[in-house]
Design a protein around this ligand. Structure first.
Ligand SMILES: Nc1ncnc2c1ncn2[C@@H]1O[C@H](COP(=O)(O)OP(=O)(O)OP(=O)(O)O)[C@@H](O)[C@H]1O
Ligand SMILES: [Mg+2]
Length: 241
Protein backbone atom coordinates (compact mmCIF):
# COMPACT_ATOMS: atom_id res chain seq x y z
CA UNK A 1 0.00 0.00 0.00
CA UNK A 2 1.23 3.49 -0.84
CA UNK A 3 2.09 5.64 2.18
CA UNK A 4 0.84 8.80 0.50
CA UNK A 5 -1.49 9.00 -2.46
CA UNK A 6 -2.48 12.34 -3.93
CA UNK A 7 -5.21 12.24 -6.58
CA UNK A 8 -6.27 15.18 -8.76
CA UNK A 9 -5.34 17.65 -6.04
CA UNK A 10 -6.13 21.27 -6.91
CA UNK A 11 -5.63 24.40 -4.81
CA UNK A 12 -6.96 27.75 -5.97
CA UNK A 13 -6.23 31.15 -4.44
CA UNK A 14 -8.90 33.42 -5.89
CA UNK A 15 -8.40 33.10 -9.63
CA UNK A 16 -4.95 31.52 -9.34
CA UNK A 17 -4.71 27.75 -9.64
CA UNK A 18 -1.50 27.19 -7.66
CA UNK A 19 -1.80 23.37 -7.79
CA UNK A 20 -3.61 21.90 -10.76
CA UNK A 21 -4.95 18.35 -10.67
CA UNK A 22 -1.76 16.87 -9.22
CA UNK A 23 -1.36 13.09 -8.90
CA UNK A 24 1.46 11.44 -7.00
CA UNK A 25 2.12 8.22 -5.13
CA UNK A 26 4.81 7.72 -2.50
CA UNK A 27 5.73 4.20 -1.41
CA UNK A 28 7.00 3.43 2.10
CA UNK A 29 10.77 3.84 2.36
CA UNK A 30 11.12 6.10 -0.67
CA UNK A 31 12.92 9.40 -0.89
CA UNK A 32 10.58 11.27 -3.22
CA UNK A 33 11.64 14.59 -4.74
CA UNK A 34 9.44 17.49 -5.86
CA UNK A 35 11.08 20.13 -8.05
CA UNK A 36 10.04 22.97 -10.33
CA UNK A 37 10.57 26.70 -10.91
CA UNK A 38 9.82 29.37 -8.27
CA UNK A 39 6.09 29.76 -7.82
CA UNK A 40 5.35 26.35 -9.39
CA UNK A 41 3.14 25.36 -6.45
CA UNK A 42 5.51 23.07 -4.54
CA UNK A 43 5.03 24.61 -1.08
CA UNK A 44 1.31 24.91 -1.74
CA UNK A 45 1.16 21.18 -2.46
CA UNK A 46 2.97 20.54 0.86
CA UNK A 47 0.60 22.91 2.66
CA UNK A 48 -2.42 20.97 1.38
CA UNK A 49 -0.92 17.59 2.27
CA UNK A 50 0.23 18.70 5.75
CA UNK A 51 -3.13 20.31 6.54
CA UNK A 52 -2.15 24.00 6.58
CA UNK A 53 -5.16 24.42 4.32
CA UNK A 54 -7.58 22.08 2.57
CA UNK A 55 -7.23 21.52 -1.17
CA UNK A 56 -9.98 23.04 -3.30
CA UNK A 57 -10.60 19.58 -4.74
CA UNK A 58 -8.99 16.17 -5.01
CA UNK A 59 -8.19 13.41 -2.60
CA UNK A 60 -5.22 12.85 -0.28
CA UNK A 61 -4.76 9.44 1.35
CA UNK A 62 -2.10 8.94 4.01
CA UNK A 63 -1.39 5.49 5.47
CA UNK A 64 -4.79 4.25 4.27
CA UNK A 65 -6.88 7.18 5.59
CA UNK A 66 -8.33 10.03 3.56
CA UNK A 67 -6.89 13.16 5.17
CA UNK A 68 -8.38 16.03 3.15
CA UNK A 69 -8.87 19.04 5.40
CA UNK A 70 -7.51 17.24 8.47
CA UNK A 71 -5.79 19.58 10.94
CA UNK A 72 -1.97 19.64 11.07
CA UNK A 73 -1.80 18.52 14.72
CA UNK A 74 -3.94 15.44 13.97
CA UNK A 75 -1.81 14.63 10.94
CA UNK A 76 1.29 15.02 13.04
CA UNK A 77 -0.08 12.51 15.56
CA UNK A 78 -0.76 10.05 12.75
CA UNK A 79 2.84 10.32 11.55
CA UNK A 80 2.99 13.11 8.99
CA UNK A 81 5.47 15.89 9.85
CA UNK A 82 6.75 18.82 7.84
CA UNK A 83 9.32 21.59 7.95
CA UNK A 84 8.53 25.14 6.84
CA UNK A 85 10.38 26.98 4.06
CA UNK A 86 10.35 30.02 6.38
CA UNK A 87 11.58 28.74 9.75
CA UNK A 88 9.76 29.86 12.90
CA UNK A 89 11.41 28.64 16.11
CA UNK A 90 10.81 30.05 19.60
CA UNK A 91 13.73 32.44 19.13
CA UNK A 92 14.21 33.29 22.81
CA UNK A 93 14.31 29.61 23.83
CA UNK A 94 17.20 27.22 23.36
CA UNK A 95 17.48 24.37 20.87
CA UNK A 96 16.65 21.66 23.40
CA UNK A 97 13.51 23.52 24.53
CA UNK A 98 12.31 23.92 20.93
CA UNK A 99 12.76 20.23 20.15
CA UNK A 100 11.30 19.11 23.50
CA UNK A 101 8.09 21.03 22.74
CA UNK A 102 7.76 19.01 19.53
CA UNK A 103 8.44 15.75 21.44
CA UNK A 104 5.33 16.35 23.55
CA UNK A 105 3.24 15.36 20.52
CA UNK A 106 3.96 11.71 21.39
CA UNK A 107 4.38 11.76 25.19
CA UNK A 108 3.05 13.62 28.22
CA UNK A 109 6.18 13.03 30.26
CA UNK A 110 8.66 15.87 30.39
CA UNK A 111 11.46 13.40 31.05
CA UNK A 112 10.58 11.28 28.00
CA UNK A 113 10.11 14.35 25.83
CA UNK A 114 13.52 15.68 26.80
CA UNK A 115 15.21 12.30 26.30
CA UNK A 116 13.68 11.95 22.86
CA UNK A 117 14.70 15.49 21.98
CA UNK A 118 18.29 14.72 22.99
CA UNK A 119 18.30 11.52 20.93
CA UNK A 120 17.09 13.45 17.88
CA UNK A 121 19.74 16.15 18.41
CA UNK A 122 22.42 13.47 18.59
CA UNK A 123 21.19 11.81 15.39
CA UNK A 124 21.58 15.16 13.61
CA UNK A 125 25.05 15.90 15.07
CA UNK A 126 23.42 18.83 16.80
CA UNK A 127 23.65 17.96 20.51
CA UNK A 128 26.52 20.38 21.08
CA UNK A 129 24.16 23.29 20.32
CA UNK A 130 21.40 22.22 22.70
CA UNK A 131 21.79 25.29 24.93
CA UNK A 132 22.09 27.85 22.12
CA UNK A 133 19.10 30.20 21.80
CA UNK A 134 17.25 29.48 18.55
CA UNK A 135 17.42 33.17 17.64
CA UNK A 136 21.23 33.04 17.70
CA UNK A 137 21.59 30.06 15.34
CA UNK A 138 23.12 30.30 11.86
CA UNK A 139 20.85 29.65 8.87
CA UNK A 140 22.22 26.11 8.55
CA UNK A 141 21.49 25.38 12.20
CA UNK A 142 18.00 26.90 12.01
CA UNK A 143 17.26 24.47 9.18
CA UNK A 144 18.67 21.66 11.28
CA UNK A 145 16.42 22.74 14.17
CA UNK A 146 13.41 22.59 11.82
CA UNK A 147 14.32 19.02 10.92
CA UNK A 148 14.90 18.11 14.59
CA UNK A 149 11.45 19.45 15.54
CA UNK A 150 9.82 17.41 12.78
CA UNK A 151 11.74 14.25 13.75
CA UNK A 152 10.81 14.63 17.41
CA UNK A 153 7.19 13.93 16.43
CA UNK A 154 8.28 10.44 15.22
CA UNK A 155 7.03 10.75 11.65
CA UNK A 156 6.42 7.97 9.15
CA UNK A 157 6.51 10.59 6.41
CA UNK A 158 8.75 13.64 6.66
CA UNK A 159 8.06 16.59 4.34
CA UNK A 160 11.13 18.78 3.84
CA UNK A 161 10.64 22.16 2.16
CA UNK A 162 14.00 23.56 0.97
CA UNK A 163 15.92 22.62 4.09
CA UNK A 164 19.23 22.89 2.23
CA UNK A 165 18.75 26.43 0.89
CA UNK A 166 21.59 28.71 1.98
CA UNK A 167 23.87 25.87 3.11
CA UNK A 168 27.53 25.64 2.15
CA UNK A 169 28.52 22.68 -0.06
CA UNK A 170 29.96 20.67 2.85
CA UNK A 171 26.78 21.32 4.86
CA UNK A 172 24.68 20.10 1.93
CA UNK A 173 26.74 16.90 1.82
CA UNK A 174 26.18 16.38 5.54
CA UNK A 175 22.41 16.85 5.12
CA UNK A 176 22.34 14.37 2.24
CA UNK A 177 23.96 11.73 4.42
CA UNK A 178 21.65 12.55 7.35
CA UNK A 179 18.59 11.99 5.12
CA UNK A 180 20.04 8.73 3.82
CA UNK A 181 20.43 7.60 7.46
CA UNK A 182 16.85 8.62 8.28
CA UNK A 183 15.60 6.55 5.39
CA UNK A 184 17.59 3.58 6.71
CA UNK A 185 15.74 4.07 10.01
CA UNK A 186 12.46 3.59 8.11
CA UNK A 187 11.35 7.20 7.61
CA UNK A 188 9.87 7.99 4.20
CA UNK A 189 10.97 11.39 2.89
CA UNK A 190 9.16 13.80 0.58
CA UNK A 191 11.55 16.61 -0.30
CA UNK A 192 11.31 19.93 -2.15
CA UNK A 193 14.73 21.26 -3.10
CA UNK A 194 16.36 23.57 -5.62
CA UNK A 195 19.89 22.21 -5.08
CA UNK A 196 20.01 19.76 -7.96
CA UNK A 197 23.03 17.80 -6.92
CA UNK A 198 21.36 17.02 -3.57
CA UNK A 199 17.94 16.09 -4.96
CA UNK A 200 19.47 14.00 -7.71
CA UNK A 201 21.72 12.15 -5.25
CA UNK A 202 18.93 11.50 -2.76
CA UNK A 203 15.75 10.77 -4.69
CA UNK A 204 14.44 7.41 -5.86
CA UNK A 205 11.74 9.18 -7.80
CA UNK A 206 11.18 12.81 -8.79
CA UNK A 207 8.07 14.72 -9.83
CA UNK A 208 8.50 18.02 -11.68
CA UNK A 209 5.77 20.64 -11.61
CA UNK A 210 5.31 23.91 -13.46
CA UNK A 211 2.30 26.24 -13.06
CA UNK A 212 0.86 23.70 -10.62
CA UNK A 213 0.86 20.86 -13.13
CA UNK A 214 3.03 17.77 -13.29
CA UNK A 215 5.23 18.00 -16.38
CA UNK A 216 7.42 14.94 -15.78
CA UNK A 217 8.23 12.18 -13.34
CA UNK A 218 10.78 9.42 -13.12
CA UNK A 219 14.21 8.48 -11.82
CA UNK A 220 16.80 11.26 -11.40
CA UNK A 221 18.46 10.18 -14.66
CA UNK A 222 15.17 10.26 -16.55
CA UNK A 223 14.36 13.71 -15.17
CA UNK A 224 17.81 15.11 -15.94
CA UNK A 225 17.43 14.06 -19.58
CA UNK A 226 13.81 15.13 -20.07
CA UNK A 227 13.53 17.85 -22.73
CA UNK A 228 10.55 19.49 -21.07
CA UNK A 229 12.23 19.63 -17.68
CA UNK A 230 15.42 21.06 -19.15
CA UNK A 231 13.39 23.75 -20.91
CA UNK A 232 11.12 24.60 -17.97
CA UNK A 233 13.58 24.36 -15.14
CA UNK A 234 17.06 22.91 -15.42
CA UNK A 235 18.26 25.04 -18.33
CA UNK A 236 20.18 23.97 -21.42
CA UNK A 237 23.53 24.04 -19.69
CA UNK A 238 22.45 21.50 -17.07
CA UNK A 239 24.79 18.56 -17.30
CA UNK A 240 24.22 15.27 -15.55
CA UNK A 241 27.18 14.45 -13.35
N1 LIG B 1 -1.48 31.81 0.82
C1 LIG B 1 -1.46 32.20 -0.47
N2 LIG B 1 -2.36 33.09 -0.96
C2 LIG B 1 -2.35 33.47 -2.26
N3 LIG B 1 -1.47 33.02 -3.18
C3 LIG B 1 -0.55 32.12 -2.76
C4 LIG B 1 -0.49 31.68 -1.38
N4 LIG B 1 0.54 30.80 -1.27
C5 LIG B 1 1.10 30.71 -2.49
N5 LIG B 1 0.46 31.49 -3.38
C6 LIG B 1 0.76 31.61 -4.82
O1 LIG B 1 0.70 30.30 -5.36
C7 LIG B 1 1.73 30.11 -6.33
C8 LIG B 1 2.59 28.94 -5.92
O2 LIG B 1 3.39 29.32 -4.80
P1 LIG B 1 4.27 28.29 -3.97
O3 LIG B 1 4.78 29.01 -2.77
O4 LIG B 1 3.51 27.04 -3.75
O5 LIG B 1 5.46 28.01 -5.01
P2 LIG B 1 6.81 27.19 -4.82
O6 LIG B 1 6.85 26.21 -5.93
O7 LIG B 1 6.92 26.68 -3.44
O8 LIG B 1 7.93 28.31 -5.11
P3 LIG B 1 9.40 28.52 -4.46
O9 LIG B 1 10.32 27.59 -5.21
O10 LIG B 1 9.72 29.95 -4.80
O11 LIG B 1 9.33 28.26 -3.00
C9 LIG B 1 2.49 31.44 -6.42
O12 LIG B 1 1.97 32.16 -7.50
C10 LIG B 1 2.19 32.10 -5.09
O13 LIG B 1 2.24 33.50 -5.20
MG1 LIG C 1 8.20 27.01 -1.90
Amino acid sequence: MALLQVEKMTKEFGGLRAVDSLDLTIEPGQIFGLIGPNGAGKSTAFNCIAGAFAPTSGKITFDGEVINGEKPWNLCKSGLARTFQIVKPFASKDVLYNVTVASFSTTNSRKHAEEKAMAVLESLNFADKKNVLAGNLTIADRKRLEIAKALATEPKLLLLDEVMAGLRPNEVDEMVSIFQDLRKQGITIFIIEHIMRAIMALSDHIVVIQFGKKIAEGSPAEIANDERVIKAYLGDDYVVA
